[in-house]
Design a protein around this ligand. Sequence first.
Ligand code: DX5
Ligand code: ZN
Length: 224
Amino acid sequence: MYQLCPSILSADFNRLGEQLQILEGSGVEWLHIDVMDGVFVPSISFGMPVIRSIRKESGMFFDVHLMICEPERYIREFVSCGADSVTVHQEAFGSPEELTECVRLIRSLGAKAGISIKPATPVKAIVPYLRDVDMILIMTVEPGFGGQKYMEKCTGKIRELRSVLEKEHLDTGIQVDGGIQDGTLETAVKAGANLIVSGSYVFRGNLEENAKRIMEDIRRFSQE
Ligand code: DX5
Ligand code: ZN
């Protein structure tokens, strides 16, 4: 299963509802929602009230990426606001037990669970959790801001994780996030990513045309 996951961090918040309708009307099924606390990452984005509000109007799958400290404190609330999937950062936890407990909590609430790793964190840091999650998010920029440049050195991590999943016969998703543009989209899909987050590449210019074109490109690259 391949999905384009547009990141609303690059949306025009004055026209958010309208832009989400355009995405949904273009056939986009997933929506990537970046929550930042100004501590885990330098910037602050938005939180529960925005998610609750767009949930009322949108049938898309809400993929919530938590770039926050102590994510376990907020899991219940994000799920009750309408998150279909919650992704936490491996680096936000003090011990493997706490991370395991958190992803199990997410699933126990009926949501899908994900773990994300920053560019400097190796794939082996998340291998022990593969059976407890639905997807692994490989960051290809330092988390915190949209519109940054894809870090080529992360492509090897996508490939490495794809080969671990194949060896273990797991269908865990591989999500890629950061710097997806012309060229890097092809690189990430061909390396093995199937859930493609994109902010500026989707929202800059004509939203509907971009979304349709990028979904078609993902489909093509996944078959080449
Ligand atoms: C960065 C966020 C990304 C961001 C991607 O910390 O996690 O989801 O919105 O934006 P682009 O696609 O513009 O790099
Ligand atoms: Zn993100």
